[in-house]
Ligand binder design. Sequence first.
Ligand SMILES: NC(=O)c1ccc[n+]([C@@H]2O[C@H](COP(=O)([O-])OP(=O)(O)OC[C@H]3O[C@@H](n4cnc5c(N)ncnc54)[C@H](OP(=O)(O)O)[C@@H]3O)[C@@H](O)[C@H]2O)c1
Length: 307
Amino acid sequence: MRFIESNGKKLSEVVLGIMRIDNMSEGEVLNLLNTAYEEGINVIDSADIYGRGQCENILGSVIKNNKALREKFFIQSKCGIRIEDGYNWFDFSKDYIIESVDGILKRMNTEYIDALLLHRPDALMEPEEIAEAFETLEKAGKVRNFGVCNMNSSQIEYLKSCYKGNIIANQLQLSCAFTPMIDASFNVNMQNEASCMKDDGVLNYCRMNDIIIQSWSSLQYGYFQGVFLDNEKYSKLNEVLNRIAEEQDVTKSAIAIAWILRIPGKVQSVIGTTKDYRVREIARACDVELTKKQWYEIYAAAGNRLP
Ligand SMILES: NC(=O)c1ccc[n+]([C@@H]2O[C@H](COP(=O)([O-])OP(=O)(O)OC[C@H]3O[C@@H](n4cnc5c(N)ncnc54)[C@H](OP(=O)(O)O)[C@@H]3O)[C@@H](O)[C@H]2O)c1
């Protein structure tokens, strides 16, 4: 495993996401966590809405019955997406953030979380309120670090105009088959669709401001459309991943994650598998350092064009 430093903590570059554990038994989740820890993974990513709270309930039961686990992991969760009356909306109001954290702590049987991330930008956000919520939670010892998800650089700057603490991470969708943030950087001042900068240059912004870039859906294409591995829509990509995997004696899932971790800056990849053997396979991404040529070959094999 490789690690990055953040606020004096050594955090693994591969993070275990628990969005898909809601139908697992406690025993299976314990096994998944133990496997991750054995592989050097020391960060867990959760959110209040995963399985409508069920994912955190299961993690909480596992922590309750295996107390030593809590201190082994840096546990982050998220809030801000509300699902009510059959539709989603976003809420970064002070009271809702504080109330959400109380729910997270209760479900996960823990007195604090290591980080709270805001889940999806709330167009009506008032940074003064967010700052007050963060400061209240930090003072109460309930949350140790704060971050965001799916935000562009100006949204983070807007938040920082009131919140003076560190924003440690920005979690963004990124895989070798989902690259809008990267496409624009090759297509500067061109007339094609790829030249449209949809993210306000957020990768560079994070790098310049010491914010960890965390990839989500690291093995998926589109918006929750599925896994690109062994998918005939991505036959060329699979061919290239397979070949490099064989050369490096790892699986192609490890190569796909190594592709993300090869991006400069502080980068973590959040993985969502529920299978212990896949956690072991993917952890080996940290044994691989792709060359620039290999990185570009994978990018092109996913169907992207370089100018
Ligand atoms: N901030 C946000 O807005 C946001 C949004 C979505 C997700 N997330 C976070 O990101 C994490 C990862 O997202 P994700 O679950 O979509 O990521 P992912 O790692 O791309 O996908 C995992 C899914 O792919 C399946 N899969 C199929 N073949 C696989 C293989 N060879 N290796 C590994 N997995 C394979 C897994 O099935 P098996 O379980 O059978 O292996 C699992 O269903 C989530 O748990 C959550 O913590 C954040």
